[in-house]
Design a protein around this ligand. Structure first.
Ligand code: FMN
Length: 217
């Protein structure tokens, strides 16, 4: 598959089928993501993957925390929408309006239900950084995540980058060997898309090119 195709077929998948992702696929995908450039080749990223019984335990624990309305405490603060630029806030509003059209007025409940089940992801890749990291490491980690998602797509494996995966980091530390001096930044779910699921019909529009691009010749 060409990069163009991987870029255009990737989308956030909020319900995966039960088809498993193999350890061989995961190793290959993470190794390809390692080609991502980093500041002075610093390679700050640390990668933890949960699958099989470990992921089942995390799924159960997450479900219990969601059900009991446990407070969210991600290592990277979620922040408030008002912290974002006016244009970014408008895009978020537009995205929400699109959700009503695709899923109906109870869209939030439908999405939350899938999130509580970790989107039925067959493996979750957790991206971590050692505490005190440079803002450049955060830049590098985002690029690493995108490389990982494209490498997965190239193999026909779909992905879901989500805050939902890392909103209870203390719980994750009980199941994964993430140390207390590492921050869990993002989780990326892996699996195969359930093509019939309504939550997978969500389309996220992009702004017109001239709204973000300035070329000065
Ligand atoms: C850092 C990050 C965190 C995200 N967290 C969530 C999340 O918690 N829940 C969710 O439904 N989508 C989440 N998403 C998915 C975005 O909503 C999605 O990528 C965006 O709407 C663009 O859609 P697309 O990925 O299908 O192109 C997240 C994406 C990123 C990059």
């Amino acid at each position: 598959m060409e990069v163009n195709k991987a870029l255009t077929t990737r989308k956030a998948i909020r319900k995966f089928t039960d088809q498993q992702v193999t350890r061989t696929d995961i190793e290959a995908i993470v190794q390809l993501a390692q080609t991502t450039p980093t500041w002075v080749n610093s390679q700050s990223q640390r990668v933890y993957v949960a699958m099989g019984d470990t992921l089942s335990s995390i799924r159960t624990a997450q479900h219990d925390l969601v059900t009991s309305n446990a407070p969210l405490n991600s290592d990277l603060p979620m922040g408030h929408r008002s912290d974002w630029s006016t244009i970014a806030q408008q895009n978020m509003q537009d995205w929400n309006a699109g959700l009503v059209k695709t899923l109906g007025s109870d869209f939030r409940a439908k999405i939350d239900q899938e999130a509580a089940n970790l989107y039925n992801a067959q493996a979750v890749v957790y991206l971590a950084l050692t505490k005190g990291y440079s803002p450049w490491a955060l830049y590098d980690l985002g690029a690493f995540g995108q490389s990982l998602m494209l490498a997965a797509q190239e193999r026909g494996i779909d992905t879901m980058p989500a805050y939902q995966f890392i909103k209870y980091p203390q719980m994750l530390r009980e199941h994964l060997s993430v140390t207390s001096d590492e921050d869990l930044i993002l989780g990326i779910g892996l699996g195969y898309r359930d093509t019939k699921a309504p939550v997978n019909q969500i389309v996220a529009d992009r702004m017109p090119l001239d709204a973000i691009l300035t070329i000065q010749d």
